[in-house]
Design a protein around this ligand. Structure first.
Ligand code: PGA
Length: 251
């Protein structure tokens, strides 16, 4: 059965901000959250998670990590486990962002293992996929994204513990976005792919986010599309006013 999908606006702060910046930004987002009309999530860098958790305490804004290791613990210098994220107060973790796929050579298999770790720890995995500009120009966007979705979403994923974010690599941080028709088409394709693989209930209920140069000015059009259930916002999530305006324009 399809239940109405609640719009999720997620901020990916990437590697930005020191402790004071994170606290101030989180407090400003928390202060405006009650008027948002949708679910809000912020994903600060690991070093700011505890500070932001404290700043968000008592608000409806959820906290997420930007990455996790597949293992619970062990000799993995520089990594953070899903259990550690949960322990700090996270309910979500982004996995397979294109910057990690590119900078750290992350494969679909590794991304799937990270999503499984998120589920093991009780977190919702925000699994990112998206084609490069060359792949889109070659007419391969649907095929590339479909393959990433099939390879990155765990077998036992549920619509409750999984969110899929479509982020075309060429739209991230560039100010460029696909046309609304292209966004709707690829989201509809992703919903068909996951419905076939994970069943109709999963397909009907899983939230599919769009990411890549989402701003207050384009949020209404992009978030109004039938198969778009929210946004993964990078640059604009670093300004509380813009992030909240995106949420307000998406309700
Ligand atoms: P952007 O980043 O909004 O700055 O384009 C989106 C993302 O990478 O999640």
């Amino acid at each position: 059965m399809a239940t109405p999908r609640v719009m999720l606006i997620a901020g990916n702060w990437k590697m930005n901000g020191l402790v004071d910046d994170g606290r101030t930004l989180a407090q400003a987002v928390a202060a405006g959250a009650s008027e948002a009309g949708c679910e809000l999530l912020v994903c600060p860098p690991a070093g700011l998670l505890s500070t932001v958790a404290a700043a968000l305490s008592g608000s409806a804004v959820a906290l997420g990590g930007q990455d996790c290791h597949p293992e619970v613990s062990g000799a993995h210098t520089g990594d953070i486990s899903a259990e550690m994220l949960s322990d700090i107060g996270c309910g979500f973790v982004i996995v397979g962002h294109s910057e990690r796929r590119a900078d750290h050579g992350e494969s679909d298999d590794l991304v799937r293992a990270k999503a499984e770790a998120a589920h093991r720890a009780g977190l919702t995995a925000v699994i990112c996929v998206g084609e490069t500009e060359a792949e889109r120009d070659a007419g391969q966007a649907d095929a590339v994204v479909g393959k990433q979705v099939l390879g990155s979403v765990p077998e036992n994923a549920t619509a409750a513990n999984t969110v899929i974010a479509y982020e075309p690599v060429w739209a991230i941080g560039t100010g460029r976005t696909p046309t609304p028709e292209d966004v709707q088409a690829i989201h509809s394709h992703m919903r068909n792919v996951v419905s076939e693989r994970h069943g109709g209930e999963f397909g009907a209920n899983v939230r599919l986010l769009y990411g890549g140069s989402v701003k207050p000015g384009n949020a209404t059009e992009l978030m109004g599309l039938e198969d778009v259930d929210g946004a993964l916002v990078g640059g604009a999530s670093l300004v509380a006013e813009d992030f909240l305006a995106i949420a307000a324009n998406s309700g």
